[in-house]
Design a protein around this ligand. Structure first.
Ligand code: NAD
Ligand code: UDP
Length: 313
């Protein structure tokens, strides 16, 4: 049994992680300021005596004795991270400094939820960890991309300078139950639009690609990364299946049996044209491969949103 701090634990990925860590018999401290997460995501864990929920902003120092830290605190949807971009940078950078300082002091192992966004609009395809990326440092997405890049720098420097035991993962587009209906990311947008019979909003011509990973596959990869000795990362965690947004929209319409149609809206600035992980490193070092194809993962995600929308009407 380990004591584990999960920052951003009341968010989409964080809530699944807390659940899994508790199921494995650990003591979990879930820290969140509820910027995009909510208590509802972890309400089913509240009766577990090994679970503790703490309202705290990761940009302020926090002290607790734990064995491991998963640092997930940061809005992940472009809509939410661009709402207050200065706060997004502070969350990534000051949050990383605070959590690394804590890890150094209490000698905890710390994992950073980095992102495929560090590759920006990638000039090489698929993206492997050795690629340095193609990121606009002054654009609308920079608060997130550069914040996460700086956090990676801090992790590596705390490791080299202070021997902090770090793990860096680069997460590719992940979806599943407990995403917010107003999250703004493409999978939740399309499903909610289809279930409501509204037009599905494709930004641009829909030829841009993404690789979508179901949340359970990601959680397995995160746990393996934390448990593996002798590796700092960065390690890509994503599903190499690559789809255009047009293909995704058509799948969602078919799986929801929706009468919705597709409309096209302007493409946001700096929107990456393609994204697909090279997961050789995760396969060889963590013995990890995602098992859930897009259609299989969309089904429980659609059921989740269907139930949620039925409750709210
Ligand atoms: P999310 O928005 O659901 O979760 C983020 C959580 O962090 C929320 O609960 C939010 O309230 C909390 N938070 C935000 N700012 C905070 C602060 N200052 N102090 C404390 N808590 C704060 O998003 P998610 O999809 O669950 O993403 C979780 C992590 O994984 C993020 O760090 C994100 O960058 C990373 N990630 C996610 C994806 C993805 O596709 N979902 C891809 C790459 C990286
Ligand atoms: N997108 C879209 N319609 C939407 C939301 C997003 O076509 O309603 C597109 C978006 O422009 C991008 C892709 O879907 O090309 C993935 O967007 P998301 O915000 O989910 O993630 P990210 O761009 O950060 O990978």
């Amino acid at each position: 049994m380990k004591q584990i701090l999960v920052t951003g634990g009341a968010g989409f990925i964080g809530s699944h992680l807390c659940e899994r860590l508790l199921n494995e018999g650990n003591i979990v401290i879930c820290m969140d300021n509820y910027f995009t997460g909510c208590k509802q995501n972890v309400i089913h864990l509240q009766n577990n005596p090994n679970f503790e929920l703490v309202r705290h902003d990761v940009t302020f120092p926090y002290y607790v004795e734990v064995d491991q830290i998963y640092n997930l605190a940061c809005p992940a949807s472009p809509v939410h991270y661009q709402f207050d971009p200065v706060s997004t940078v502070k969350t990534s950078v000051i949050g990383a400094i605070n959590m690394l300082g804590l890890a150094k002091r209490i000698k905890a192992r710390i994992l950073q939820a980095s992102t495929s966004e560090v590759y920006g609009d990638p000039a090489i395809h698929p993206q492997e960890e050795s690629y340095w990326g193609n990121v606009n440092p002054i654009g609308l997405r920079s608060c997130y991309d550069e914040g996460k890049r700086c956090a990676e720098t801090l992790f590596m420097d705390y490791h080299r300078q202070n021997k902090v035991d770090i793990r860096l993962i680069r997460i590719f587009n992940t979806y599943g139950p407990r995403m917010r209906p107003d999250d703004g990311r493409v999978v939740s947008n399309f499903i909610v639009q289809a279930l409501k019979g509204e037009d599905l909003t494709i930004y641009g011509d829909g030829s841009q690609t993404r690789s979508f990973q179901y949340v359970d596959d990601l959680i397995e990869g995160m746990i393996r990364m934390m448990a593996t000795e002798g590796i700092t990362g960065p390690v890509n965690l994503g599903n190499p299946g690559e789809f255009t947004m047009l293909e995704l929209a058509e799948k969602v319409i078919r799986l929801t049996h929706s009468p919705s149609r597709i409309i096209h809206l302007p493409l946001p600035s700096d929107d990456p044209k393609q994204r697909k992980p090279d997961i050789t490193l995760a396969q060889t070092k963590l013995n990890w491969t995602p098992n859930i194809p897009l259609e299989e993962g969309l089904k429980p995600t659609i059921s989740y949103f269907r139930e949620l929308l039925e409750k709210t009407v």
